[in-house]
Design a protein around this ligand. Structure first.
Ligand code: PMP
Length: 437
């Protein structure tokens, strides 16, 4: 039993000592004290099904024993910077990670977050090409440091950043986009940015395969191959931000970009799913761990100076990351994401037939979105309704995320161990909550 401070006490300290810009879901914020696979527990021992682990990339579920064992064993042995000395943990994980990537993508740089990984990727593209201009997509999220905040294209996540050399292309969004699913028309905008907004030479293009923060927007099929072609003709490198879609989450493939049949020049990732949670978050299963993977040729640009990152690739995180990869394989979690994710999407489509407020159901594997609108024709965002539904679902024991530019999209990114029974429970609870509206 939990004998720590109460929710009220924690809330008081948080208000006094932590950032005033922090927000929390729910009218009465939850005090989560424990996690086990796809479940979270509050201080009263109440269990919640976690359908939003993906934001912290808990891919094999909360506190998976294999991952916890790997981290604790490593913590007992050594935790240090491995930049200056040899240590097998970083080398073993780099090798395992490289084996998961196609083509010549086999040189790994470790960072501590997705933001750092994207900052480094953009730096490499600029050094390699000698150009400065970066093209990213409207509605994207790539991080919160100077360069990545510039590449991010939603006002919700920007401060008064100087957007040095970043151009935002029209988002190839099949539901809300001006050209529907017409990949060629969207790609023409990339060409026009190159021709009218730059010297004709660019450093690179960065995009998610499925926009996470942006509300589970799958870029139109056929768009990425066309955009890559235009950017490469202008001398640029193509960066795939796999912070949310990577690491088996999409089910049909290990990486989101693979669903579009492209091979990027640089891949960034983070949030390796960690110990026992159910989330969609990344490579470390909840451990702070990010990485950039590129080709030996492109990696050479960082030999002009020293690229130093004290804790990037530290033994604790890389031992955890390797354990996550092993669990993914041992428990065939990618296959589970495919099978259960497809089943869950079908069931959500069924809910859409019943509830007029569901405007769109989309996504792949365990990266699913349900967009609520008060008018299907006008696509008016149901901003308040979604908060009510979330609150009711929480009361019935289900935690789900929300996002999108208008904050009206459910983000369903459970840990990859989410079962068919969990999917059924999730849909029933959402059905009841929607019926109460
Ligand atoms: N890229 C994407 C696609 C993300 O979703 C995020 C985090 N939400 C980031 C980059 C930044 O990662 P971090 O918060 O670890 O810096």
């Amino acid at each position: 039993p939990y004998d720590g401070p109460s929710a009220a006490e924690i809330a008081r300290k948080r208000a006094e000592y932590l950032s005033p810009s922090l927000f929390h879901f729910y009218s009465k914020p939850l005090n989560i004290v424990e996690g086990k696979r796809q479940y979270l527990y509050d201080e009263h021992g109440r269990r919640y099904l976690d359908a939003f682990a993906g934001i912290a990339t808990v891919c094999c579920g909360h506190c998976h024993p294999d991952v916890v064992d790997a981290i604790t064993a490593q913590a007992r042995r050594l935790q240090h910077s491995t930049v200056l000395y040899l240590n097998h943990a970083i080398a073993d994980f780099a090798e395992a990670l490289a084996s998961k990537l196609p083509g010549d993508l086999k040189v790994v740089f470790f960072t501590n977050s997705g933001t750092e990984a994207n900052e480094l990727a953009i730096l490499m593209a600029r050094l390699y090409t000698g150009s400065h201009d970066i093209i990213s997509l409207r509605n994207s999220y790539h991080g919160n440091a100077a360069g990545t905040m510039g590449a991010t294209a939603q006002k919700n996540w920007k401060f008064n950043v100087v957007q040095s050399g970043v151009h935002h292309a029209v988002n190839p969004d099949p539901y809300r986009g001006v050209f529907g699913s017409d990949a060629e028309k969207y790609a023409r905008d990339v060409q026009e940015i190159i021709e009218f907004g730059t010297t004709g030479h660019v450093a690179g293009f960065i995009s998610e395969a499925i926009q996470g923060v942006g509300g589970i927007v799958e870029v139109s099929p056929g768009y990425l191959p066309l955009a890559y072609e235009k950017v490469r003709k202008a001398g640029g490198l193509c960066i795939a931000d796999e912070v949310q879609a990577g690491f088996a989450r999409v089910g049909s493939h290990f990486w989101g970009f693979e669903t579009h049949g492209v091979v990027p020049d640089i891949v960034t990732m983070a949030k390796v799913q960690g110990p026992g949670t159910s989330s969609s978050l990344g490579i470390g299963n909840g451990i702070p761990l990010g990485a950039v993977v590129t080709t030996p040729d492109i990696a050479q640009v960082l030999t002009r100076r020293c690229y130093f990152n004290t804790f990037g690739g530290n033994p604790l995180c890389t031992a955890g990351g390797l354990a996550v990869l092993k669990v993914l394989e041992k428990e065939r979690l990618q296959e589970n994401a495919f099978i259960v994710g497809s089943y869950l999407k079908d069931r959500l489509r069924g809910l859409q037939e019943k509830h007029e407020i569901i405007g769109d159901v989309r996504g792949t594997g365990f990266m699913l979105g349900v967009e609520l609108v008060t008018d299907r024709q006008l696509k008016t965002p149901a901003k308040e309704e979604i908060c009510n539904v979330m609150e009711h679902m929480k009361d019935m024991g289900v935690l789900v995320g929300k996002g999108g530019f208008y904050g009206n999209v459910f983000r369903i990114t459970p840990p990859l161990c989410f079962s068919k029974e969990d999917a059924d429970f999730f849909v029933e609870v959402m059905d009841i909550a929607l019926s109460k509206l």
